[in-house]
Write a protein that binds this ligand. Structure first.
Ligand code: ASP
Length: 433
């Protein structure tokens, strides 16, 4: 009788253990090791240990461009032209506006709380290429003259622009009445869909490695700076969660009021998706719950069957707030200054567009944060202060992600209810004032 192979082992147990806890444990172990090293007068790790942190930063950088390309093309191609007419345009506009407000709130929180860690490393190591360009130049430069060179040079805004145009045209071809066009468009869509799935798999793999990378990077931070950086992370958490709360009250509360939707009934139904998103940290995973809530609210299926999956893909208000706060934290930590007006404008634009390319899965927003930083000419390079500050954020990302995902999902439901109300597609009177 052949014996079944022994399943499991330490590696399998490691893989099975929740990534959220693993990264937090990595953060704590790295911090403790760093404090011990600092106390014993060691301020730099041996090169072979530092390498593990460098590998992590490089892995993250590696993924940015392919991830934007895949998810933005798929995101834009998901807006079906047939539905765009009545519901789509309105939904997309309200999604983008609320995300832009979200990132603005994040930046306001950043300016108020000024979250930053005082890292004792090359404080002004690099003068960021802040623009002496005019706004008109910046707008014109969004259009690439060579798509390939914008990919190679990682000119994020140009890549975003091209992917959106590409995705939108693809969605038109997919809906073409010409069978040939329809087939090749669907095949192309499948290729990009597959690219996105592959990238998500790679991200999952990187996240399995993240606890090691975070532990080493955090250890370096603590060895150089002692425990005084903990306060900075607490301030980031407070600034983000306060931003989330303000967005819920002002933006969602305001929208429900403007569209005369009963807040009590809405809150009663929105509670379940809110909590599900908080726990799962995935807008996509929460989708069935969000749809049930929409149904219970009396929203016509014609609206929510389109707008909720689209929202889970392109509407990320919580992620946008997080981007605003964290961009501020990173710049302030590395250069001891806030964001310039130009950079803030760029962050609003990038984070709003990035929300289209942020997959509704745990941790996706953190990858997009790296993209936003690259977009304001501050790429996260291995061995820099920026990489260490980014690792600090990543260490608490699970906590930040809970709040931002809950907000992302609530935003989808709020906007959907408002559009349905506007179009007279709310079946039940109970939700109307
Ligand atoms: N986890 C978020 C979501 O699923 C995305 C993010 O990481 O910001 O909506």
């Amino acid at each position: 009788m052949s014996q079944a192979p022994k399943k499991g082992g330490i590696f399998q147990a490691y893989l099975n253990f929740n990534v959220l806890y693993k990264i937090l444990i990595g953060l704590v172990i790295g911090a403790i090791a760093g404090v011990i090293l600092a106390a014993s007068g060691v301020t730099a790790l041996p090169a072979w240990i530092s390498m593990f942190g460098t590998i992590f930063t490089r892995l993250l950088k590696m993924i940015i461009i392919p991830m934007i390309v895949g998810s933005l093309v798929v995101g834009a191609a998901s807006v079906s032209p047939a539905t765009v007419g009545k519901v789509g345009i309105r939904v997309v506009i309200i999604y983008l506006i609320t995300s832009a407000i979200g990132v603005t709130i994040g930046l306001v929180m950043g300016n108020i709380f000024q979250p930053h860690a005082i890292l004792a490393v090359e404080a002004a190591e690099k003068v960021p290429a802040t623009t002496d360009q005019t706004i008109w130049n910046i707008i014109a430069n969004i259009i690439p003259t060579s798509v390939l060179s914008s990919l190679v040079n990682e000119t994020v805004l140009q890549v975003i622009f091209f992917c959106l145009v590409f995705g939108l045209c693809l969605s038109y071809l997919k809906a073409s009445s010409d069978e040939r066009l329809k087939t090749i468009a669907q095949t192309t869509y499948n290729v990009f869909d597959c690219l996105t799935e592959i990238m998500m798999k790679i991200v999952q793999g990187i996240m399995q490695y993240a606890p090691v990378g975070v532990a080493v990077l955090i250890c370096e931070v603590f060895a150089k700076n002692g425990a005084n950086v903990v306060g900075a992370l607490v301030i980031v958490l407070v600034a983000c969660f306060l931003g989330y709360a303000i967005h819920i009250v002002l933006v969602y509360g305001g929208l429900l009021k403007i569209f005369r939707i009963k807040i009590g009934k809405f809150v009663k139904e929105a509670r379940t998706p809110f909590l599900t998103a908080f726990v799962t940290r995935s807008s996509n995973g929460t989708l069935p719950t969000t749809m049930t809530a929409a149904e219970n609210l009396g929203i016509d299926k014609e609206v929510y069957a389109f707008s909720l999956p689209l929202g889970a893909t392109i509407n990320m208000d919580g992620t946008a707030i997080y981007q605003g706060v964290c961009a501020f934290f990173l710049v302030m930590t590395c250069y001891g200054r806030g964001l310039t007006f130009g950079e803030m404008g760029m962050v609003i634009l990038l984070a709003t567009l990035a929300s289209i390319g942020t997959a509704g899965v745990p941790g996706a927003g953190a990858i997009m944060l790296a993209m936003v930083m690259a977009g304001i000419n501050l790429p996260i390079e291995a061995g820099t202060t920026l990489a260490q500050a980014y690792a600090m954020i990543l260490g608490i990302d699970a906590l930040l992600d809970m709040g931002r995902t809950a907000l992302n999902v609530t935003g989808d439901l709020t906007c959907t209810a408002c559009i349905a109300k506007k179009l007279g597609l709310l079946k039940e009177d109970s939700i109307l004032k």
